[in-house]
Design a protein. Structure first.
Length: 215
């Protein structure tokens, strides 16, 4: 997939912001159906699998305790979307719903490093920095936090429920591995004309859902 050609940086930024707004709408509309689909996908034994809306509960609690605060601290905003419990194990899962992977990293361009595979965006600030702040504040092991990309070219907020598993690809990485890769300079910073700097996370470093949630 080639990048669209924009007339100038303003047009590029506007297109990127529209894409971000669309993604946020999808994530808000499909979070619970996606969580149910994840639970169904992982349910291969009699071991109970439970999920709860972790970030929403934490943010609602903070607002109730601090009604006069104008801004919510980053360590609260950085809470992953879901808490998934499988038996005695707990996983904190940040959901990223995507229509497609970023393809320019397969061969590289004049401004994009060649990975030899597709990649995914991850905003450095606030997303990545706030998740780390949340983990530090609540002393959550980094390998218990999962960044999970949910990819479906036909994703839309009006999709039927329950969702069709065959339409979705799940691929993710735990925060400990992600941070090590970033600290070791494995990923490119990218933000050409968008006004938002992101990491380009190599899809070769992501694991399928069946192997992510294991103790």
């Amino acid at each position: 997939m080639k990048e669209p050609i924009y007339l100038d940086d303003e047009q590029r930024r506007n297109a990127y912001q529209n894409e971000r707004n669309d993604r946020w709408t999808l994530e808000d509309a499909l979070l619970i159906p996606i969580a149910s689909l994840i639970r169904t996908t992982l349910q291969k034994s009699n071991e109970p699998i439970r999920f709860s809306l972790y970030a929403k509960a934490l943010i609602d609690e903070y607002k109730e305790v601090h009604p006069n605060d104008i801004e919510i601290p980053g360590y609260i905003i950085g809470a992953p979307d879901l808490l998934i419990e499988i038996g005695k194990l707990k996983w904190y899962v940040e959901i990223k719903i995507k229509r497609h992977r970023y393809m320019n990293t397969i061969g590289g361009t004049s401004t994009v490093k060649k990975y030899g595979c597709p990649s995914h965006y991850l905003d450095i600030n606030p997303v990545y920095n706030n998740i780390l702040a949340h983990a530090r504040h609540f002393q959550i092991p980094l390998d218990s936090i999962i960044l999970l990309y949910c990819v479906n070219p036909n994703a839309s907020q009006n999709m039927r429920t329950p969702l069709n598993r065959s339409e979705w690809a799940f691929e993710g990485i735990n925060l400990d591995d992600l941070k090590n890769n970033i600290d070791n300079g494995r990923y490119q910073r990218y933000g050409q004309g968008y006004g938002q700097i992101t990491w380009l996370i190599s899809c070769n470093d992501l694991s399928p859902i069946d192997t992510i949630f294991k103790g």
